[in-house]
Structure formats: structure tokens, C-alpha cells
Ligand binder design. Structure first.
Ligand SMILES: Nc1nc2c(ncn2[C@@H]2O[C@H](COP(=O)(O)OP(=O)(O)O)[C@@H](O)[C@H]2O)c(=O)[nH]1
Ligand SMILES: [Mg+2]
Length: 333
């Protein structure tokens, strides 16, 4: 007999499977987590600084200039760097993928191609490993789990090139748009810029993270809609520590004074950090595996099936033609 009602184990009949979460936790702690974060945007928007700010460390060299007449140093190739960070026994293996400033050139046609190719290549590598006869117990995961997309704080709207790139990226990975260097805007300017960007994302049908899917329950949907109304996060990056009223804060000294980047009334850095690392890290990894990679995988496998069916049909046709040819020649032999 099967019933949908859960059976409670009687008090005197403790079985012990309620320790499953602990067993799982112990295993996951031992194994650690892998998170791959990509940053995309024009050179000089503060991508490297933001990565360092997010993880409170010096992972990427920020290439600011000492003198305004110096040329702007650029990242010219896609660079992946690995780091291991540990917090309260939880080990996080972090891959930061720094991309060349796209859209820096006069002719930006196809400037997104290397970025899109990199993301798809990682899916491809994973799929190949998954399909080998003797596959690794744990396939190393290099799939990009999230892209931080840096928007120029121009105060106008998204550039056509941004729209194009966002569209391409939103189709294949989790994209979190952020307004870079938000300290260059006043709060009202920032808020109307955010509104325009949200409208532009919607009219152009661009999928950014979070988006609703069947796996979410009502609470998660509710939490997502709160974040959707906040996007894009207007952030300020800073690696310097200042002492204010006896407290150490991370801040950026600007002409208008010191910005405490952890103060929510000044910028949305903490919203981004909490969202990315404290509440949604696991969901980003999950969405990559079960939405984006899954769709890549099924497309690839279908294409493979179709091409092998085609090959088979061609081979059958060739064999039939050969047979017919041999039969007709046999008549005259
Ligand atoms: N005003 C302001 N400057 C920033 C901010 N973040 C970074 N910078 C400065 O912008 C310059 C370029 O930063 P970098 O992180 O190297 O940019 P990337 O080329 O996008 O990686 C550096 O001089 C940084 O100090 C920010 O939020 N506000
Ligand atoms: Mg950089």
C-alpha cells in the first residue's frame, strides 16, 4: 500500500536518518565548494577592484593609473585565476574569470564572441568528461556560475552594444547586472538610471538572474521579486580601510567625502555581496547545472543523434545503391 501522507517514526522507534543533513554537511565540508565567477565590462569600470572588495582580498591586480596621462592598462585575454578561501571550516574554491574590456574599441562588432565561446567551451569540456566511459567521480567544474556585468554609470541608458552582449550572455548563463562606480551619481540620478535600465532589460527581453523557474517555492519567488526590483545593484568598490568613530570601515575617499561602502544608504555593495555570497551562491551553481548546462547538453546530444542518424541513412543509401549496381552488373556478367 502506498500513501502520500508522511509516516512519522514512533518516539520509541528512533531510526536515525534525521542525521542525513549532518552526514551530507560533513561530506560537503570535506569536499568543499567550487564557484566560478566571471566579470564583464569596459576597461576601467572597477571590475578588478570589485572582485577584491567582494572577497576582502587582493585577488586581481587593479590597474588604475598613477598619472592621468598614462595609457589605460587593459586586460587583453580571458584570464582565469584560482583561489581557495576558507571561512569557518567551509572551503570555497574560487575561479575568477577576468575578461578583456569588451566594447573598448571603435569597432565592437563580435566583441562578445570570445566571452560567449569561453562559457560554451566550459559546458563542452564538462559534457565530454561526463560522456567518457570511465568518468571521474568528481568532474572538475569550470562552468561559469555567474557573470557580473558592469554597466557604465553614464546616467543615460544601456548602449546598443550592452543590450546585444547582455542578450547573448543571458541566454547561456546567470547574469547579474551592476552599475559600476555608482559614487559618480547622486542618489536620485542613480535611481532613475536603474529604472531606465530595468525597463530596457524588459523591453529587450533580456534574462538576468534571478528569473522564475519551476523549482522555486513561493518564498523564493517572493525573495526573487524583491531583488528583481533592486537590479541593477549600484556599487562602489574600495580596498582601503579607514577608521571612522573608532570603527574600521571599507571605504572610498572621494571629492565629496568618504563613502562607507558597507552603508546601505550610500551604495548597494552589501546588497550585492549578501545576494551573491550569502543567500544565492548555491542557487547560482544549481541554476547553472540544471538550467543552462542542461539546455546546452540536450541540444548537443540531440544534434549528435541527428547527425549520426543522417550518417546512418547515408550509409544505408550507399549500401543500397551498391547492391543495386552489383545486381544490375551481375545480369550482364
Ligand atoms: N570612483 C570610483 N573609482 C573606482 C571604483 N572602483 C574602482 N575604481 C578605480 O577605477 C580604476 C580602475 O579600476 P580597475 O578595478 O582596475 O578596473 P577594471 O579595468 O574594470 O578591472 C582604479 O583607479 C580604481 O581605483 C569605484 O567604485 N568608484
Ligand atoms: Mg581589471
Amino acid at each position: 500500500m502506498t500513501t502520500n501522507e508522511p509516516l512519522l517514526t514512533p518516539l520509541n522507534g528512533y531510526v536515525g536518518f534525521d542525521t542525513l543533513t549532518k552526514q551530507f554537511e560533513a561530506k560537503m565540508l570535506r569536499r568543499g565548494f567550487q564557484f566560478n565567477l566571471m566579470v564583464v565590462g569596459q576597461t576601467g569600470l572597477g571590475k578588478s577592484t570589485m572582485v577584491n572588495t567582494l572577497f576582502s582580498s587582493d585577488m586581481l591586480a587593479s590597474r588604475g593609473r598613477d598619472d592621468p596621462s598614462d595609457p589605460v592598462p587593459q586586460t587583453t585575454t580571458i584570464n582565469s585565476s584560482s583561489h581557495v578561501i576558507v571561512e569557518n571550516n567551509v572551503k570555497l574554491r574560487l575561479n575568477i574569470i577576468d575578461t578583456p574590456g569588451y566594447g573598448d574599441l571603435m569597432n565592437n562588432e563580435h566583441c562578445w564572441e570570445p566571452i560567449v565561446k569561453y562559457i560554451k567551451d566550459q559546458y563542452s569540456i564538462y559534457l565530454r568528461k561526463e560522456l567518457t566511459a570511465v568518468r571521474d567521480r568528481h568532474i572538475p567544474d569550470t562552468r561559469v556560475h555567474a557573470v557580473l556585468f558592469f554597466i557604465n554609470p553614464s546616467g543615460h541608458s544601456l548602449r546598443p552594444i550592452d543590450i546585444q552582449v547582455l542578450k547573448k550572455l543571458g541566454d547561456i548563463t546567470n547574469v547579474i547586472p551592476v552599475i559600476a562606480k555608482a559614487d559618480s551619481m547622486t542618489i536620485p540620478e542613480r535611481d532613475s538610471f536603474k529604472k531606465r535600465i530595468r525597463a530596457s532589460l524588459q523591453t529587450n527581453n533580456i534574462r538576468v538572474y534571478p528569473f522564475d523557474h519551476d523549482d522555486y517555492n513561493d518564498d523564493e519567488r517572493e525573495a526573487n521579486s524583491v531583488v528583481q526590483a533592486l537590479l541593477p545593484f549600484a556599487i562602489v568598490g574600495a580596498s582601503n580601510i579607514y577608521e571612522v568613530d573608532g570603527r574600521l570601515i571599507r571605504g572610498r575617499q572621494t571629492g565629496a567625502g568618504l563613502i562607507n561602502i558597507e552603508d546601505k544608504s550610500m551604495c548597494e555593495f552589501t546588497h550585492l555581496r549578501d545576494y551573491l555570497l550569502r543567500s544565492n551562491l548555491h542557487d547560482l551553481i544549481d541554476t547553472t547545472a540544471y538550467t543552462y548546462y542542461e539546455s546546452f547538453r540536450s541540444k548537443q546530444l540531440l544534434a549528435l543523434k541527428e547527425s549520426s542518424a543522417k550518417q546512418q541513412a547515408q550509409a544505408q543509401a550507399a549500401a543500397a545503391a551498391q547492391q543495386q549496381y552489383s545486381a544490375s552488373h551481375a545480369q550482364y556478367a
